[in-house]
Ligand binder design. Structure first.
Ligand code: PMP
Length: 305
């Protein structure tokens, strides 16, 4: 038995015992919402720090609100349970945390009725170092379209919606791409398979508008702040055409797990000179410092454990 714990049905249990019934509503219908949170070892403080912990749980509660799920815990308790898991699992290096609020009801039928149902919270952790290639990835445009706000809202991080991500990412991999960009039904660039996108054009940072079926990413918000405050760059949120990918000077994906992933090719066309650009490199370095608690002006982004 491993010495790792997870949290389920109101208790910390050995990871092997963190299992659910096959009749669970969330398993049958994908009716769950989740977060991907990352904690890092803080070299100066010699302890773990969780990056933008409260912001992740605020978004989780918003996802619950959209799905009419009831969180068994409020914000402070969710944060404390997360810190407690890090302590129990004795994490001492980069760690990914996956909280889920799911419909635990065992009755058959897809209705989302909070009355008399038992929505549950679970949480597990796993070690996670670098995710993508920081020397530049080749991204293809997926033939799969992003789900619409009026179908399964991208603003909510809904487990079932990740079928869309899985189709796009898998078919992209089979075509030889490291990752994909997905378009909205109107044909604008939404985001990557599970990350937000930034382009650099004429020293301006451009990212898709929140009304273009994206997850309102926490890394996206972080990068917008760092670009504006630390590099003095203008950040524009607006619809992005597919062909803007082909004429961008630089491009990169951002996300909690992805961190900052430079893109050096779109659909077999080099981005800029086909190498990692200077704005991307600067933001990658700033982001790495921020998550490791090395930017004192953003100390409140990091919750020390
Ligand atoms: N878009 C999607 C679809 C995602 O799954 C993620 C990862 N959570 C992101 C964007 C990036 O969001 P964040 O920076 O909050 O991790």
């Amino acid at each position: 038995m491993s010495d790792q714990y997870a949290y389920l049905r109101g208790a910390f249990v050995p990871l092997e015992h963190a299992t659910i019934n096959v009749r669970t509503h969330a398993f049958l219908y994908g009716t769950a919402v989740f977060e991907g949170i990352k904690a890092y070892w803080l070299p100066e403080r010699q302890q773990m720090g969780v990056f933008r912990l409260a912001d992740h749980y605020r978004r989780l509660l918003q996802s619950c609100q959209i799905l009419r799920l009831r969180s068994p815990y409020e914000l402070p308790a969710l944060q404390e349970l997360t810190c407690e898991l890090i302590r129990r699992n004795q994490c001492q290096s980069a760690t990914y945390l996956r909280p889920i609020i799911y419909k635990a009801d065992l009755r058959i039928g897809p209705i989302l009725n909070p009355e008399g149902t038992e929505d549950d919270f679970c949480l597990f952790s796993l070690p996670m170092d670098g995710y993508l290639n920081t020397s530049g990835i080749h991204v293809g445009t997926s033939a799969w379209r992003r789900l619409d706000d009026n179908a399964i809202p991208a603003r909510a991080k809904v487990n079932g919606a990740y079928v869309n991500t899985a189709l796009a990412k898998t078919d992209g991999a089979l075509c030889g791409f490291d990752d994909v960009v997905v378009l909205t039904n109107e044909g604008h660039v939404a985001e990557g398979s599970a990350m937000n996108l930034f382009l650099v054009r004429d020293q301006k940072l451009i990212t898709s508008a929140v009304t273009d079926n994206i997850l309102e990413g926490i890394t996206r918000a972080t990068i917008m702040t760092l670009a504006n405050q630390e590099l003095g760059l203008t950040v524009v949120c607006r619809p992005i055409d597919r062909t803007e990918l082909y004429v961008a000077d630089e491009a990169f994906f951002v996300g909690t797990a992805t961190e900052v992933a430079p893109i050096t090719q779109f659909d077999h066309r080099p981005v800029g000179h086909g190498t990692v650009g200077s704005v991307t490199t600067q933001l990658l370095e700033l982001y790495s410092k921020a998550v490791h608690g090395l930017l004192p002006q953003y100390a409140d982004w990091v919750t020390a454990v």
